[in-house]
Design a protein around this ligand. Structure first.
Ligand SMILES: [Zn+2]
Length: 457
């Protein structure tokens, strides 16, 4: 798979050169095209790795960096490939074969993980921080510390997430976060070890949330839905808001959801006491997901199912889950898995600055959260988590007996799809950036490849 001779014809002329020979003795060539250093891979890369037409001559001297990655198993994750051989050129996957089908290109460096499973890099759509750093600070230091920590836990991409705070503080945070997202876009592949996982967009959690289901979101800063305020946020964030959590029952929420959808924001229902019709109105207005299902949501009543009933029943709705064994009982994790299926469930961390740090007191927005024994508490309530996505995956596998392939859909494919990054993230396939998480047989992180670079190497 990966390339076919016909595809070569469709592309514009490229400076192609010889990489090696395949099993049939045909030359393999690649384009010497330059790709943007960080994000998408041109489909041209894939098309250009094709059997060489003897009538053409390769161009010379173009330095493409080629890596061949081998392991025990690869989960795309929709299909499983035994003894995979992944060819990565200049940060992009150019072919995925079963070992032996292709001889590695000459001069390629070889990374071998004999007992490991390769899955797409994890994608966390709900994280507030880690390593003592808050995403809302928006500084280089905060984002480098968070990005590096996340990468060490198998995460390739994430949505830094706000909490409800004074409007000025939120506007300032959005500006800083937008700057960091733009900085990540410009980062070269070689700098991966300095910056780690990439922030791709912002998750705005609040301020348009329910007072009765606010969790620890400070009551004094909650706002009634306001399109004007959303536009101010949108401007401050320079259009980088990707997900917004909204309580659909608030006055004006439906118009707000419609405006958010117009802007291209994915609306996630949550921190909400919505009745069934209110939740359904939110879905009809364009909401596509639910924020930390079960937590900060009207509880399920068999006569009045409310938002939670709608989230579990509505097949098209994505739904986040904090799978730390604390926020949601393992029994309900199994029920969630049956209801949302591997097509729509999303594992998130909702992690705060305390993640990766010893017990103590940590800032979350304007709050001081006390962390002890894996619980983050503020005024007697759970305030985010210290969960990491690799642990969420292992918990999920343990609680549900699902395979790592299914869990990878929850931790990578579905979040990428929900957040609008399905073209580049959440699946291992030729033409995509080589964001690859390498798992041990027990789901521990062996390595994380970000744009083809081994993080930490
Ligand atoms: Zn949160």
């Amino acid at each position: 798979m990966g390339a076919d001779a016909n595809a070569m014809e469709a592309d514009e002329p490229s400076a192609a050169f010889r990489l090696g020979r395949d099993a049939a003795g045909l030359d393999i060539v690649s384009s010497a095209r330059e790709f943007p250093a960080t994000t998408t891979c041109s489909r041209a890369t894939v098309r250009a790795v094709a059997h060489w037409d003897a009538g053409k001559t390769p161009a010379e001297g173009m330095a493409t960096v080629i890596t061949v990655l081998t392991a025990a198993k690869l989960l795309t994750p929709l299909t499983e490939i035994d003894a995979p051989q992944v060819t990565i050129e200049d940060g992009c996957i150019t072919s995925i074969e079963s070992r032996g089908a292709l001889a590695p290109p000459e001069g390629a460096s070889h990374l071998d993980y004999p007992d490991a499973t390769l899955v797409p890099g994890y994608f966390d759509v709900h994280t507030h921080g880690a390593m003592g750093q808050n995403a809302m600070d928006g500084t280089d230091d905060a984002f480098d510390a968070i990005g590096k920590f996340l990468a060490s836990r198998g995460v390739a991409a994430y949505l830094p997430t706000t909490v409800t705070a004074p409007i000025d503080m939120t506007l300032c945070a959005l500006e800083g976060m937008a700057q960091q997202i733009e900085r990540a876009k410009e980062t070269s592949r070689e700098a991966v070890s300095l910056h780690g996982a990439k922030p791709l967009g912002i998750h705005l959690e609040g301020p348009f949330l329910s007072h009765s289901k606010r969790g620890v979101q400070p009551a004094e800063y909650l706002q009634e839905p306001s399109i004007d305020l959303l536009r101010r946020f949108w401007e401050a964030a320079r259009g980088h808001i990707v997900v917004m959590t909204v309580a659909p029952e608030l006055p004006g929420a439906i118009e707000l959801i419609q405006e958010a959808v117009r802007l291209g924001i994915r609306v996630s229902l949550g921190h909400s006491n919505a009745t069934t019709p209110e939740a359904q109105a939110g879905v009809a207005a364009g909401a596509v997901s639910a924020t930390h299902t079960f937590n900060a949501m009207r509880p399920l009543d068999h006569r009045q199912p409310g938002l939670l009933g709608v989230v579990l029943d509505e097949v098209h709705l994505f739904a986040e889950l904090i799978c730390d064994g604390i926020h949601v009982d393992p029994l309900l994790v199994r029920l969630f898995h049956k209801a949302k299926t591997p097509d729509r469930g999303i594992l998130v961390t909702d992690s705060i600055a305390a993640t990766g740090m010893p017990d103590g007191v940590y800032k979350l927005g304007t709050m001081n959260v006390t962390v002890a024994n894996g619980r983050c508490m503020y005024e007697g309530r759970l305030a985010g988590s210290v969960l990491t996505l690799d642990r969420a995956v292992r918990n999920f596998v343990k609680f549900t007996q699902a395979s790592y392939g299914v869990a990878a859909r929850y931790a990578s494919t579905n979040p990428a799809h929900m957040a609008g990054f399905a073209e580049t993230h959440g699946e291992l396939a030729p033409g995509r950036p080589a964001n690859i998480t390498v798992l041990s047989p027990s789901g521990e992180i062996r390595s994380t490849l970000l744009d083809g670079q081994v993080f930490g190497a």
